[in-house]
Design a protein. Sequence first.
Length: 195
Amino acid sequence: MRTIAATRLIPLHINKGKTIAQTLNDRTDYAKNPEKTEKGDLVTAYECDPYTVDEEFMLSKRQYEHSTGRRQKHDVIAYQIRQSFKPGEITAEEANQIGYELAMRFTKGKHTFIVATHTDRPHIHNHIIFNSTTLDGSRKFKNFYLSYLAIQKISDRLCVQHGLSIIELKPYSEREKRTDYPKNPLFSGRYLRGH
């Protein structure tokens, strides 16, 4: 069984030609966009202020560098969880609450995060951004094998608790197979021959 809510874990990298601070600002500004979040009413946060979340992420990164003596070795500066719901089944406020609970359970309260619920599409969806550095600046989040599955299971449990619909996954042998594919002009003989 699987809920209608779909989830995805996305590592957020430093944008080419930008600093960590600029990239964090870009990513959090997109998530908090007032046109998508009912003028910011659908943005909640844990252990940070939504207005200064990017600066607070940076502060913990500086604490990490100061307390451990290590510099950021890779370019993953934060993580985003996207959580989408079936159209018409959930209110934006409830989606935000479920997103907050998902982030809290997945991070175990050790990472600062924001939950921005977007209502600009037919399906309500959350952008949950959590800092790769822990609150105390002592560790980094390790994206473990099958972490996306852990997120999906937590999301599924929360959806069941909130009475959202469930669909049963069909066994592979019973799934509909796609047999008709549109033609792609890039693979036509004309392009392959170099004409």
